[in-house]
Design a protein around this ligand. Sequence first.
Ligand SMILES: Nc1ncnc2c1ncn2[C@@H]1O[C@H](COP(=O)(O)OP(=O)(O)OP(=O)(O)O)[C@@H](O)[C@H]1O
Length: 262
Amino acid sequence: MTARVYTIASGKGGTGKTTATLNLGTALAMLGKKTMVLDADIGMANLGLLIGLEKSKITLHEVLSGSASINEAIYEGPAGLRVIPSGLSLRGFQNSDPDRLKEVMASAIDGIEFLLIDAPAGISKDGVIPLAVADKVILVVNPELSSMADALKTKALTEMLGRSVEGIILNRAELEKTEINSNKVSELLGAKLLEIIPEDANIRRSAAFKTPIVIRAPKSPAAIAFSRLAAQMAGTKFQENNSKEEKESFVDRLARSIFGGK
Ligand SMILES: Nc1ncnc2c1ncn2[C@@H]1O[C@H](COP(=O)(O)OP(=O)(O)OP(=O)(O)O)[C@@H](O)[C@H]1O
């Protein structure tokens, strides 16, 4: 079985790459897919923190610098998701080349169906490696001109590396100062709009509780959007009707408790 490798990139920082990587990874794991997430966001190391791995001593850094084996850097995350956290200083990664990361990945992904890589922001040598090892790149953008412009650069770099962009996740679609209409995103970036994730306070709350939103608030709009995209990636049918039915029956129950009757 060969893993499908998706690199989650952006261009501009803070667009929601880590949030998307963790939630898509968790949602795929919840669908029964053997999934691993790898944090290649050098220096930030946020992915591990989002699931409470702050004390993890062995990270991708130690693996790439040769002081630990890959198996020592794999941690169990939510829903059986496998997580390789990044270190705070990844000199080993910066001195590495795509083939070295590929080698490390190859030994880690035996039996894995999906590998999602959280890429660093910006166009730098650190950012090139995660793009170069991907089968497909997913761009996470916000509805702002600066985010679109930086994503365009990342898309160009991806294509220069001979890789291709699978599509776009438009995150925080209702930011107050929305500069870009969501209908325009696909046209502007020349790639398919995969999913629109709304601004959702549950995302920050989930981060505080160190539990991905797809587990902590599965019926929230952002969690539904992540789960729908994961189902699409996994080639399974998204059970949207179920969540609607549950929502409706809750409303019915509430109405009954207030007004009585049926
Ligand atoms: N849809 C959303 N609604 C509300 N808050 C969000 C949403 N998406 C992300 N956030 C918040 O925005 C912040 C940045 O998100 P995240 O860390 O996922 O971005 P990033 O692209 O990985 O950042 P960096 O470039 O620093 O690695 C976090 O505090 C996160 O909780």
